[in-house]
Ligand binder design. Structure first.
Ligand code: GTP
Ligand code: MG
Length: 342
């Protein structure tokens, strides 16, 4: 499922260091020549594509980026130190526009791909540079030039990795808001008028993973009922399905099967996508009359998928469920080692 994540930032390259006015002062040399060094170059700003980043979430908290200034020139013709370049890491697939003109500045698609975005200012020339036959003692030097400043708009097509599915009212929207505090700013994807909820959930490693709450799954969705086709097409691009089932329903097995049949009817491998089940709303279940353990076991036998019992409202049981999801996603990233028999 694709969405567009956006961020607006300002980058400023470092100003060049000023050139200085100085003269040689040596023993027995009454009037030494000019010796003011040039200023150092200001640091530039670069973008680098990083395959471990998934979203532009970090830019929501950090809008302004500045590279280091160059330092002033020194006496004895010493050139000032250059400012350090600033490297900004962005997810692969980030497109960078000039926010003022709308001009496309670059598209970072490959890991480690680099783009110079704002050039550091040149250092100013020291007075030694202005020595001439006519002026043996120039009293002036040039200031460093300012670094480029740019207002940028970053755009990234987000891929939701985890799709939350289930019947209406199962608690999908509630779950996504319990799992994720921050939400990316989303521009709607052209072919749907309803925007599924997106949430970015942080892994223990700090990376963001995009979860999408996919509404509109009802009986007959695979044949186009409701918004079925559109949403099922979205799910095709997620890697793990989190199937939410209302534990207070009078027949959780029927509910599970309804969605399962829709996935099967749609085909294209959806029914075979790694899936985990979660019996939701356990806070509202009357434990006297409902045996949750037995229900979970029954669903597990039906689906061969891990089953968790959770409450999206009280946030019970969410942690182990997330652990399972991270495990599945990690396994999909790392190619399994293959044993070779000779
Ligand atoms: N007691 C309890 N109620 C819950 C829980 N999760 C969701 N609900 C309630 O269930 C109702 C439906 O929740 P939603 O999150 O809107 O469900 P949904 O799956 O997004 O529904 P649709 O968008 O219509 O498909 C709301 O009244 C929620 O407050 C839970 O863990 N416990
Ligand atoms: Mg909803």
């Amino acid at each position: 499922m694709q969405f567009i994540d956006q961020a607006k930032i300002e980058v400023e390259a470092g100003k060049g260091g000023d050139g200085i006015v100085a003269f040689r002062r040596e023993k027995y040399v009454p009037t030494g020549g000019p010796s003011g060094g040039n200023g150092g170059r200001g640091g530039s700003v670069f973008f680098v594509a990083d395959e471990n980043l998934q979203t532009l979430l970090d830019f929501r908290y950090n809008h302004r980026f500045q590279a280091e200034k160059g330092t002033r020139g020194g006496p004895n013709n010493c050139t000032g130190a250059g400012g350090k370049d600033l490297i900004i890491e962005v997810p692969c697939g980030t497109t960078i526009y000039d926010a003022e003109t709308g001009e496309l500045l670059g598209d970072l698609t490959e890991p480690k791909q680099t783009l110079l975005i704002a050039q550091g200012g040149k250092g100013g020339l020291g007075n030694q540079h202005f020595l001439s036959n006519r002026n043996r003692a120039p009293e002036y030097a040039l200031p460093g030039l300012p670094g480029e400043i740019k207002q940028l708009r970053l755009e990234l097509k987000l891929l939701a990795e985890v799709g939350i599915i289930g019947l209406p009212n199962a608690g999908k929207s509630t779950l996504i808001s319990s799992l994720s505090a921050a939400r990316p700013k989303i521009a709607d994807y052209p072919f749907t008028t309803l925007i599924p909820n997106l949430g970015v959930v942080r892994k223990p490693t700090g990376d963001g993973t995009v979860f999408a709450d996919i509404p509109g799954l009802i009986e007959g969705a695979a044949h186009g009922a409701g918004l079925g086709h559109d949403f099922l097409r979205h799910i095709e691009r997620t890697r793990v399905l989190l199937h939410l089932i209302d534990a207070t329903s009078d027949d959780v097995v029927r509910d599970y099967n309804t969605i399962k049949e829709e996935l099967q009817a749609y085909g294209r491998g959806l029914a075979e996508r790694p899936q985990i089940l979660a019996l939701n709303k356990i806070d509202a279940v009357d434990r006297e009359t409902v045996d949750l353990e037995a229900l979970a076991t029954q669903l597990n036998h039906l689906s061969y998928a891990p089953v968790f019992v959770i409450s999206a409202v009280t946030r019970t049981g969410l942690e182990p469920m997330l652990q399972e999801i991270w495990g599945i996603l990690d396994q999909m990233k790392v190619p399994q080692e293959v044993e070779v028999f000779r």
